[in-house]
Design a binder for this molecule. Sequence first.
Ligand code: G
Ligand code: MN
Length: 271
Amino acid sequence: MSAHSSNFDPTRAQARQTLVAHRLAQAIDQSVLKVHYQPEIDLKTRSVQTVEALCRWHDGELNQVAPDEFIAVAEAKGLIAPLGQEILRQVMQDMPDILNRWPNVRVAINVSGLELAEATFAKQFIAAVSKINANYLSHIELELTESIFLYDLPKVRENLEVLRRAGISIAIDDFGTGHSSLARLHTLPFDKIKMDRSFVIGLNDPMVQAIVRAMVQIAKEFNKILVVEGLENTSQAKLLTSLGCHLAQGYLISQPQVFATLAHTFELPID
Ligand code: G
Ligand code: MN
């Protein structure tokens, strides 16, 4: 590879960002984005605790655009609020079918720190859900990444408190990879820790196993739910169970799917 072809080209990167933002704004307006769902299950009972809403975008010109890319563009170009509203709209539309299949489930929606740092976010979110059906509030979970700690924490905390009082639960996503999280973990109100999938990938390392065991302990001490992300094979499932992890999400259980094609039950060949 020549030195030039691997160089970062800021002009080209900017042009790509502008194009993606333009197409994304249209995709949001025209409901081209599709919400897929990926379950989190109890490894022992196979019961579904949560289904995470994950946005997928196929664009006529750009083809499949990865969520990592379009979320970053949405954040940079002021599209995160309309994107969030569109996802909530689709989730609300699917909610009757979801609760019909799994009456006690929560639907997890990913939110950006940008949104949580808006003073009015919680109020507006609760109003939007209540307008459809106030019973849905206790069937919603919001996932935030550890980058949340970079934002205006008093405002974030206030939002989280209002959301939790309304019945919405809070999960810390991709836990263990972000910003000195352990030191700050106790400073925000939340209900669940989602352990980053890098720990599952590194599971053959006894040191990583020790870290996982420690996380199980931390979750216990904090009285929080612990979920493992990125479970891909049965040997991981067995090992994680032996380390004390009982809830998991990942391709071994199910890929993200539109609700219509999502399985009703999940078998795991691990016993
Ligand atoms: O940041 P967050 O954990 O919300 O990201 C979820 C992303 O991880 C989704 O885009 C989803 O498709 C992907 N994902 C979910 N399960 C697995 C898995 O088992 N393996 C891998 N490689 N990716 C996964
Ligand atoms: Mn997530």
